[in-house]
Design a protein. Structure first.
Length: 151
């Protein structure tokens, strides 16, 4: 009985992995552009760098905290202009693979990204994409100020 359950669990896992790959099939749309993060508190500019793409923070909803300080990364550098997406290359079927950094704590994750009708999907993970978490960023059409304020 245990072997049957194990085989069924394995079959379910493989079917889930296959449907996950199909579900995130990308279009030919380029991720290059300006994107509003899922929580709507940041704007990331995705741009070409070398053979791949990179992304930096160009807009923030909170440029000065209530205590009068500005958001900084772990090294004390301003988060405005911080490159958080790097080493990203188009690996297959317009799915970009690279690394993304959390600007608040400096943790770096492997990521895959792709564009479809819903927006730019970024899936951060440690070991395999299937065990990660996805955010969907939307195109940003608002104003951006030199001090990184979103307008």
């Amino acid at each position: 009985m245990r072997a049957v359950l194990s085989r069924a669990a394995l079959a379910l896992l493989l079917a889930s992995a296959a449907s996950f790959s199909v579900a995130r099939a990308a279009t030919n749309q380029s991720p290059v552009g300006t994107w509003l993060t899922q929580d709507r508190d940041g704007v990331i500019q995705i741009y070409r760098c070398g053979a791949g793409i990179c992304g930096r923070i160009v807009g923030m909803s909170e440029i000065v905290r209530p205590d009068g300080t500005r958001p900084v990364d772990r090294a004390g550098h301003p988060q405005c202009g911080l490159v958080i997406l790097r080493e990203t290359a188009d690996t297959h079927a317009h799915i970009w693979s690279g690394r993304i950094t959390n600007p608040d704590d400096g943790s770096t994750w492997r990521c895959e990204s792709w564009v479809d009708a819903d927006g730019l999907h970024l899936r951060g993970y440690i070991f395999v994409p299937m065990l990660g978490q996805t955010q969907v960023w939307r195109p940003y059409t608002g104003a951006l100020h030199p001090d990184c304020r979103m307008g």
